[in-house]
Structure formats: structure tokens, C-alpha cells
Design a protein around this ligand. Structure first.
Ligand SMILES: [Zn+2]
Length: 76
């Protein structure tokens, strides 16, 4: 099985996960009702920006620490 994005991959209509066209049914939303699949799709779309925001917050903290370190060095 190949999980990497390639030309013969298309997003699942129900949950939005990209999967190979060779699969007849999506392994992610297999056995889920349409409602559950929609919930999964909405959850995935909600998760992405949240993790990006968290990453930006971490970067900002690191930048802040560096800035404080530089200021501290100049104060010596
Ligand atoms: Zn699916």
C-alpha cells in the first residue's frame, strides 16, 4: 500500500482523506455512517489550522527567548 500523494490518489468524498484509486472503499470512513464521516471530515479541517497556530506559537516563544538572551548579553 502507498500512502504518499501521487497522481492516482484522490480525496475521499466522505472524509476528505486522500487515498489510492485502487481501493474500492476508504479505510478511514469504512463502517462509518455518512454523518460520522462528515464529522471526521470537519474534525480534520478543524485540526489543521489549530496545529499551524500551535507551531507559530512555539516559533514565537523561541524567537522571544532568543531576543531576551541577546538583550541579556548586551546588559552584561
Ligand atoms: Zn473516507
Amino acid at each position: 500500500m502507498f500512502w504518499y500523494r501521487s497522481s492516482d490518489c484522490s480525496p475521499c468524498e466522505r472524509c476528505g482523506v486522500s487515498l489510492s484509486d485502487e481501493l474500492d472503499e476508504c479505510p478511514h470512513c469504512k463502517g462509518l455512517s455518512n454523518r460520522d464521516a462528515l464529522n471526521l471530515k470537519a474534525f480534520r479541517q478543524y485540526e489543521m489550522p489549530k496545529s499551524n497556530r500551535f507551531l507559530r506559537f512555539v516559533m514565537l516563544c523561541l524567537f522571544g527567548l532568543c531576543f531576551v538572551g541577546v538583550v541579556y548579553l548586551f546588559m552584561l
